[in-house]
Write a protein that binds this ligand. Structure first.
Ligand code: ADP
Length: 491
């Protein structure tokens, strides 16, 4: 469908791959048409890269790693380049925010917030470059043993469409900080900010081949990249099913991986919680980015004594939510594409068929073009714990409420899905805060908060089906490097 459109609709811009410091089309010259989710209009193209393009990018990254200047660039110089990139992003903040917003359909204020987060990642990792170091190890008499943190080599970064600029930044920032070179493959539905930041990296002065960007479909460019024998490490954020493919591809070359695979994250509201403080956070955690967020708080567990009150208050808030075009800057934008819209609508229909009650429903703005990919937010009450919508990641503005009876029951319910990415705990009881935070299986637990501050400094990743490895903060620097032990004998 996308290719056909490219012939008939004028393009605002044709974006190109970045390979070895140069902007180039796909070798085949084929493109993918970029649609704005707010109205379905085509406004740009990206290269439809295949295995041959990926191979060129991997070779460029290899060359830059092995023989180029990168492997000899001191850590503080790498840091300066990352910081320079952060400053360039700041200078282009309006352009980048608008681009991200148009490409993904997210409200403009979210596009702006993503630019700030991206800047912060490059700034954080720019500063971290020369502050991470190895150990000296007490060893045998006559020996000195020490460790170095060494880069893996060439890293493949496979990026999803929901927060492309932010997720690129956390991957690229950490990988380059440790001295790796990279080939980044953004999602076919949202590649533009990745390409633009790749261009800014060239302007910042990163040597040729250090950061390459290759766009294309997952089954072509993505599969070629994750299975390429020239890749030393793969980092991926996306769906568990695609994560399995990528791990299998990397396993054929016995390469390491970091996998961030989404969640079904609970927020637990105890009867003693400050509910007024919690309410806007509970709503925002599922509405942000239209619920197309790995860490979306998609399950609200409420202690039975306050269940009815919380359900009523949330329903009132849901009824007021409005979805609309990105530039109208309403509560939420459209879904990324028609398939995602259908997927969310199917989950809602399935829940209705199962007899689960809709207790709150937002609307689609009257001015929203019928050609956009909108869904109205939906709040389901008293959801059966075994229901499909209680277990599966919907990746849309659909929130499920569950009553619980005791702390024990809440923990069990929180841990009752296959996922384990993020959790929220709302209670004034200090001992309970600690108990519950420790017993919930999630990579991040927030107490009386949720997803605060963009999370640049906070290690992030999952238990169970949510994946493995950690991104963000200093932890990502360990994932993006390997320990080398050196032993000197001097007796
Ligand atoms: P979605 O299904 O919601 O589009 P995915 O998890 O499939 O999300 O996509 C995330 C990223 O993975 C995108 O960059 C996509 O192109 C890429 N991708 C999809 N399929 C594959 C695959 N078989 N191998 C490698 N990458 C893939």
């Amino acid at each position: 469908m996308l290719q056909n459109l490219s012939k008939v609709v004028a393009q605002d811009k044709n974006f190109l791959n970045i390979i070895n410091g140069r902007s180039v089309p796909a070798l085949s010259q084929e493109t993918i048409t970029v649609l704005c989710p707010s109205d379905g209009s085509a406004f740009a193209t990206i290269p439809q890269s295949k295995a041959a393009d990926v191979d060129l990018a991997v070779r460029a990254a290899r060359e830059a790693f092995e023989s180029g200047p990168w492997s000899r660039t001191p850590a503080f110089e790498r840091g300066r380049l990352l910081t320079r990139l952060s400053r360039l992003i700041e200078q282009h903040a309006d352009e980048l925010g608008a681009l991200e917003s148009r490409d993904t359909g997210k409200p403009v204020r979210q596009g702006k917030a993503d630019v700030v987060a991206a800047m912060r990642y490059y700034e954080f990792y720019g500063g971290a470059c020369d502050k991470i170091h190895g150990d000296t190890i007490p060893f045998l008499d006559g020996y000195t043993a020490l460790t170095l943190r060494e880069p893996h080599g060439v890293v493949a970064g496979i990026i999803p469409w929901n927060y492309p600029m932010q997720i690129m930044a956390r991957v690229v920032g950490a990988a380059l900080a440790m001295g790796n070179t990279l080939v980044v493959k953004p999602a076919e539905d949202a590649s533009l900010s990745t390409i633009r930041i790749g261009e800014l990296a060239v302007e910042a002065g990163f040597p040729d081949g250090v950061l390459n960007v290759v766009t294309g479909y997952g089954r072509d460019a993505g599969a070629a990249l994750s299975s390429h024998p020239g890749i030393d490490y793969v980092t991926f954020t996306g769906s568990p099913a695609t994560g399995t493919f990528i791990q299998q591809a990397a396993a054929a070359n016995n390469r390491g991986v970091t996998m961030e695979l989404g969640g079904k994250s609970p927020q637990i509201v105890f009867a003693d919680a400050d509910v007024e403080k919690a309410l806007p956070v509970l709503v925002n955690a599922i509405i942000q980015n239209g619920g197309q967020t790995c860490s979306a708080g998609s399950r609200i567990l409420v202690e039975r004594a306050i269940y009815d009150d919380v359900a009523t208050a949330l329903a009132e808030r849901f009824d007021r939510l409005v979805a609309g075009p990105h530039d109208a800057d309403l509560d939420l934008g459209p879904m990324i594409n028609p398939a995602q819209k259908r997927r969310v609508e199917n989950y809602v229909a399935l829940a209705a068929e199962a007899g689960i009650e809709v207790i709150g429903r937002g609307s689609i703005d009257v001015g929203a073009p019928a050609t956009g990919f909108y869904v109205a937010p939906v709040l389901f009450g008293a959801v059966d714990r075994a229901a499909v919508i209680a277990q599966e990641e919907i990746f849309g503005p659909v929130l499920s409420l569950f009553p619980f009876d005791s702390e024990q029951d809440a923990i069990q319910l929180a841990n009752s899905t296959e996922y384990g990415l993020v959790a929220g705990v709302w209670t004034r009881d200090g001992a309970r805060q600690h108990r519950v935070a420790k017993r919930v299986r999630a990579g991040q637990v927030y107490v009386n908060a949720y997803g605060a501050g963009g999370g640049i400094e906070l290690p992030f990743g999952g238990f169970k089906k949510s994946g493995h490895g950690r991104e963000k903060g200093f932890e990502a620097l360990y994932d993006m490097s390997a320990t080398k032990t050196i032993v000197f004998r001097h007796d």
